[in-house]
Design a protein around this ligand. Structure first.
Ligand code: AGP
Length: 607
């Protein structure tokens, strides 16, 4: 979604703001702008499209000053245009905003009725007018913002400047992320950590319902009601390099190759190899009380959650349902005593997942979240958090966060299975040992399949439809393969439970359709092989993803991609790799914007 950066200090701020916005590009945007205090006025510059357009304008009209705010906009109210781009100015006041003001229609009417001239279609400009009126009436900026917030319904992270108070930025947060960065004689704010990493590692995470006054030598936190808030800064140990491409052509490719490291970090301190168990002290759940698990998630995280159901049912023998968060919320779903909700979200900010988990919590469920972004909204509302340690994921298409989510779901299932006394010590120990080997095996799979996947992508780059088939744990992986291909290459792709083919989708198959079939050595192997044969008999180009040395699969497939042998429960970590690589190379050959595919955003904080 949109990105915010703010700076107060002694340096020229325009380059710092631009640099910060560039580090937030992964959030997806369609226009950008800056506002800088400059000798008794605030200069605003905005441009549609990529940041280079804004940079071009800046070269013609440089903005000089040491206090300013910047924004990248992902349109929600009003089409992408310069007039709708942020910052929005009204009188002496300038505002940038992420989120959605839900009562914008009523506010617009009210402002128009009192003679206010509104230039844009945005909800944000209304906020600027509301603050500006109070500032014009003589109220200090902080109080003007505070009073305005009480009129707003919905979600926001805002940063506000006033000509009358040139040495400060006022920020406020409700349901959209905002972090404050603490420097020496300079202070920052941003909607996400990577924007600030080159400047400071000391960050304060704002909570919903809080405001802050940012000045060069201090930040002052308070609640919207005016109560002072004390919060310690957290030291963020991500290096700026971790948030950059490190020599890869795209962030997505880098992140695919980071998976062994990401899994290793996620497993670190978790595997009790001696006891054949999982350390899980922070879960603090009364296991005897858990009667059912409800997994809530969207998109790729939903696919991880689907795999999680196989783990939870198979290893912990606990009844489990998986729900798309967007379908769970608002339908008054039944939540029973003893329900444990597991909310799975890379960003920890996905609005549908957040609201669905909140609804379940209000009905009495305990909430455990699996998230990658420290201090994000979903972990904050959860009873327990099980972080993935994938590091920042910049590519919009999720890869390393997916596999680290799988790791956490598997570890949690082993932990629960042991405590429910339904998972044998032998099986648990074998899984723990197998998990310990996974980073190395993923590295082998990456090395062993990269070139072959690139070749296959080249061969089938013109295919208009692609099918991905899998059974059991391979079914969510097939769905994930299809989603990856769709979102970055814009090729139509479907993931199907292989056994469902004969009930309809088989009609789609002809000689132009590549069919990727997941054939790991598990209890579904023979039947999946038959499905591959069925597709082949209808002239499809069949690509098998099978265990190394599988001669039977080699014989029947037109092309075979081999992955290292592992326990059946661990195959998703390995079979997903060629699917990610295949999708990546198809997109790269097509020349699409791999890291920021059209119409998509990394963090989806709207309905
Ligand atoms: C992943 O490739 C997608 N871009 C998208 O489906 C994503 O997984 C979804 O929006 C959920 O995001 P979250 O994990 O941050 O909640």
């Amino acid at each position: 979604m949109c990105g915010i950066v703010g700076y107060v200090g002694g340096q020229e701020c325009a380059p710092i703001l631009l640099d910060g916005l560039r580090r937030l590009e992964y959030r997806g945007y369609d226009s950008a702008g800056l506002a800088v205090h400059s000798r008794g006025k605030i200069d605003v510059l905005r441009a549609v499209g990529k940041l280079r357009n804004l940079e071009g304008k800046l070269r013609e009209v440089p903005l000089a000053g040491t206090v300013g705010i910047g924004h990248t906009r992902w349109a929600t109210h009003g089409r992408p245009s310069e007039v709708n781009a942020h910052p929005h100015q009204a009188g002496d006041v300038v505002v940038v905003h992420n989120g959605i003001i839900e009562n914008h229609t009523a506010l617009r009417k009210q402002l128009q009725a009192s003679g206010c001239e509104i230039k844009s279609d945005t909800d944000t400009e209304l906020v600027a007018h509301l603050v500006s009126r109070r500032v014009a009436g003589g109220l200090p900026l902080e109080e003007s913002v505070r009073a305005t917030l009480s009129e707003l319904e919905g979600a926001y992270a805002i940063a506000v400047l006033s000509v009358k108070e040139p040495n400060r930025i006022i920020v406020a947060k409700k349901a959209s992320p905002l972090v404050l960065g603490l420097g020496e004689g300079e202070m920052f704010c941003a909607s996400d950590i990577p924007a600030l990493l080159p400047y400071t590692r000391d960050m304060v995470f704002m909570e919903d319902g809080e405001m802050a006054v940012i000045e060069a030598d201090k930040v002052t936190l308070s609640t919207v009601e005016g109560q002072p808030v004390e919060r310690e800064a957290k030291r963020i140990d991500w290096s700026p390099m971790m948030a950059e491409k490190a020599g890869y052509k795209h962030f997505m490719l880098k992140e695919i190759f980071e998976q062994p490291r990401a899994i290793e970090d996620t497993l670190r301190g978790r595997l009790d190899r001696e006891g054949g168990d999982i350390y899980g002290t922070e879960f603090e759940l009364d296991v005897a009380e858990i009667k059912r698990v409800i997994l809530l998630a969207c998109g790729t995280s939903h696919h991880a959650a689907m795999a999680g159901r196989y783990y939870l049912e198979g290893l912990a023998r606990i009844p489990t349902v998986v729900e798309l968060a967007s379908e769970f919320r608002g339908r008054d779903a039944v939540v029973l005593p003893g329900d444990l909700v597991i909310a799975v979200s890379q960003s920890g900010e996905t609005l549908d997942t957040l609201i669905a988990a909140r609804e379940a919590k209000e009905k009495g469920a305990k909430v455990l979240s699996i998230a990658n972004v420290l201090g994000s909204a979903i972990p904050r509302m959860s009873d327990a958090v099980f972080y993935t340690h994938a590091g920042p994921e910049i590519g919009v298409a999720s890869t390393k966060c997916f596999t680290t989510q799988l790791a956490n779901l598997l570890m949690f299932s082993i932990w629960l299975g042991r405590r429910r006394d339904v998972l044998s010590a032998e099986k648990s120990a074998a899984l723990v040992e197998g998990l310990a080997r996974i980073p190395q095996q993923m590295a082998e799979a990456l090395k062993g399949t990269r070139q072959l996947c690139a070749n296959l992508a080249r061969r089938y780059v013109e295919a208009r439809d692609v099918l991905f088939l899998g059974r059991g744990l391979s079914f969510p992986i097939a769905l994930e393969g299809a989603l990856k291909l769709k979102e970055i290459s814009y090729v139509h792709a479907e993931g199907y439970a292989a056994g469902e083919m004969k009930h309809g989708p088989i009609a789609l198959i002809d000689s132009k359709v590549p069919v990727l079939v997941l054939l790991p050595k598990d209890e579904h192997y023979e039947r999946s092989l038959s499905n591959l044969e069925e597709a082949k008999a209808r002239d499809a180009q069949v690509i098998g993803i099978a265990t190394e040395g599988d001669e039977e699969a080699r014989e029947v497939s037109h092309n075979l991609v081999e992955i290292p042998a592992s326990l059946p429960e661990l195959t998703p970590f390995l079979t997903v790799i060629p699917l990610q690589l295949y999708s990546y190379y198809v997109a790269d050959f097509k020349g699409t914007d791999v890291d920021q595919p059209r119409n998509l955003a990394k963090t989806v904080t709207v309905e």
